[in-house]
Design a binder for this molecule. Sequence first.
Ligand code: UDX
Length: 433
Amino acid sequence: MRIAMIGTGYVGLVSGVCFSDFGHDVICVDKDPTKIARLQSGEVPIFEPGLEDLMARNVAAGRLTFTTDLKAAVDGAGAVFIAVGTPTRRGDGHADLTYVMAAAEEIGAALTDYAVVVTKSTVPVGTNRKVAEAVGRQAKVEFDVASNPEFLREGAAIDDFMRPDRVVVGVESEPARKVMADIYKPLFLREFPVVYTGLETAEMIKYAANAFLATKITFINEIAALCERVGADVKAVSKGMGLDGRIGAKFLHAGPGYGGSCFPKDTKALARIGQEVGVPMQITETVIKVNEEIKRRMIDKIFEALDGAPAGKTVAVLGVTFKPNTDDMRDAPSLTIVPALVGAGAKVRVTDPEGQREGEALLPGVKWVENAYQAGQGADLVVLLTEWNEFRALDLGKLARKMNAARMVDLRNVYDRDEVLAAGFVGFEGVGR
Ligand code: UDX
């Protein structure tokens, strides 16, 4: 099958590369000529483990190409995926559909034969019908639309794509369903579950899933705050809760609040949809609020570890990306926490295996260093903010010896108090313990 993938952002690029690996002929399209030129020369613009190799392999096999020419890419394609951005619109919290709608019109004008126009971008309920209208305004041939939301986790995207918990396909005609089944045949043959639904339901599944996961994280974060007050250990609470099969152990790690490109944006969009149709999403609205409070609470915790006097102290921050194995800084807790420290007059030294490129502009007033030990040199506090592997097995004794006052705030509960103190630290704070 020939597939056109419109948009080479995170979802578009990963999906395009993976579809080509299924044996399909994939043409990835982007308006940005610099980006396309980089992709054509084999450069991957995002950090995602395994993506570069997989891309190279499929380019070499002649199944994967990149272009700025949408018209040529759509010509003869059996399916055209829309994977352009849907950022939160300034002012009203709505998902901004400008790019999706513009792509739909352009695709409509470019269609030369029956094709299925598939939305992969996360879009509010009802958008696929609008996409159908937009394509239809321009199209001179038959077409169908489908909704195929993406559940990839950054840092594990290839694996998530190749071994999904499920594939959700919103289709409303037999030919469209057949095209989608052909595209995902390699997965369906291996019996990964597929959920066929109508358009609105598919759109809803994505928002409901992400809001639920954000709620689960926020719930345990709130429990963590309570644990601190009553002398309980949230790590053990998570374990004890998670062993109940109805709850499940995943997404119960207390931390500095969720971030990233999906949870903050999708929870806001869901809340907005609810307000619009007069069914307020009260739980989701609270989750959004509590997540902000959690981040503020982390700042209090760090200030307390500095005896309430951060001015002039040196703080080493380990990790600034919103989670490990990505260079993504979108809505990362570091964007709230680090400026608070800088604003309070602390000298902040930052290290992150991939975060510097994006982070430099976003975190003014900090000093970037190579590793945790350089960050810790003469510092009064080390804050573990993102649990990259290289911060999980620190030589704590070495780190403590380099510091001025060896204190640690571990916002990801990687370390246990006893081991940190035994290594020569004089102070330790985790989350919810
Ligand atoms: C998420 C969803 O998992 C994915 O299905 C969806 O399609 C896109 O959004 P992603 O944003 O890449 O993926 O990261 P994820 O691993 O889900 O983590 C999201 C945030 O929650 C991160 O800030 C992470 O640190 C935080 N988190 C996650 C916790 O604080 N505790 C947890 O137990 C799990």
